[in-house]
Design a protein around this ligand. Sequence first.
Ligand SMILES: [Ca+2]
Ligand SMILES: [Ca+2]
Ligand SMILES: [Ca+2]
Length: 346
Amino acid sequence: MRITTHFSRVFCTVTAALIILGCSPKPVVSRPTEPTADPSNADPSNAESSNAESSNAEPNNGLDLTVLAPLDDELASTTTAQNKAQPDDRQPSSAASNTVRFLAWNVESGGNDPAVISEQLATFQGYDVICLSEVSQRNFERYASALLNQYHEVHGDTGRADRLQIFVKKERYDLLASKELSQHRDHILNTGNHRSPLFVRIRDKQSKQDVIVMTNHLARGNAEFRQQQAAGLREWARDQNVPVIALGDFNMDYDYRTMKGNAAFEEMVRDNVWSWLAPDDFIDTNWSDRDGDGNDNYPDSMLDLAFAAGAAKEWGIECRVIVRPNDFPDDQSTSDHRPIELVYTR
Ligand SMILES: [Ca+2]
Ligand SMILES: [Ca+2]
Ligand SMILES: [Ca+2]
C-alpha cells in the first residue's frame, strides 16, 4: 500500500518520540521476574478461557454505559505540567491539524502490570481516538488518568475482566452517543460470556462530520460464534447511515503467508459492506508461545485489524502495526499485542 510522504513524516516523528522517550514496553517499573506461569495463557486459542470459566454473568442490557467523570483539577494540572516536559509529539493533537489518528490496542488484562500499561498509554496522547481491549474494570480510571483527562471516556459493561474502553479526544470531537451492541436485528453479538462490540458516535467540532468508531474483541475460543458475530457486524454496518470505522482485536487470524483470515474474516468482508484496512506492512500483532520454547507459535498472523464502512471506505485510511523496541516477547508486565494505528486526512 502506498505510503504518503506526509504519513511517513507523521510516523517517523511519532516513532522518534517513542524512542526518545524510552517507550520500551519494558520500563524498569515493578516488573515481576518470573516468566508466565501458564504458557497456555498466551495462546490465542485459550485466551478466552478466563471469560468462559465464570458463570455469574453480569447484567448486560447493552445500553447502559458508564462515562467517567472528569478528573479533579489538581490531578489534571499536575499531570499536564508533567506533560509539558514532553516533546511536541506527545501533546494532544491540534484541532487545526487535518491529520486524524486512531489507535487500537489489546493490553492483555491478567498478563500486564497496569502501571507499565499506563506509562505506555501516556505516550499515545497524540491520537484522536484510542480503543483498548482486555481492560480490567479496576483500571478504567487509571488509564483515563494516564491520558490526562484529555479524552471523553466510554467503556463496556460486558466481558468481565476483559472489557473494552474507548477514549475520544475532547479537543477535536463531541461525543454524541455510545452503545454496547449485544444484538442487531436477529444477530446475537453477545450470548453473555463475551464482549459486546462497543461504539461511539462522535462529531468533528471543526468539520461537523459525524463518524461512528467501533471497537471489538470478538470471541476467541468459539469459532462458530465468532463467525456469527462477524455476520452481525456486517449487517449492522449495512444499516448505518454515517461513516463507520472499526478497529480492535477481531481474532480473525489473518495469516499473511496464505493471505487469508479465518471464517469470521470472510464473513466480515462479505458483500463489500466493510473494507478491510490492510496494513502497509504485514507484521505479527500477537505474541503467543503456548509451548514455552521462546518462539511465537503463530509468527505470521494478525489478530488486530481495522475496517471501514460507508463513506469512510473512501477516506484513504492507512493502517500500520506499531512496533516498539523489545516489545516481543512480552512478559507479565507488558501486553502480548502490538497496537495498530489508523491515519487519514479529514
Ligand atoms: Ca504480558
Ligand atoms: Ca512456541
Ligand atoms: Ca504471533
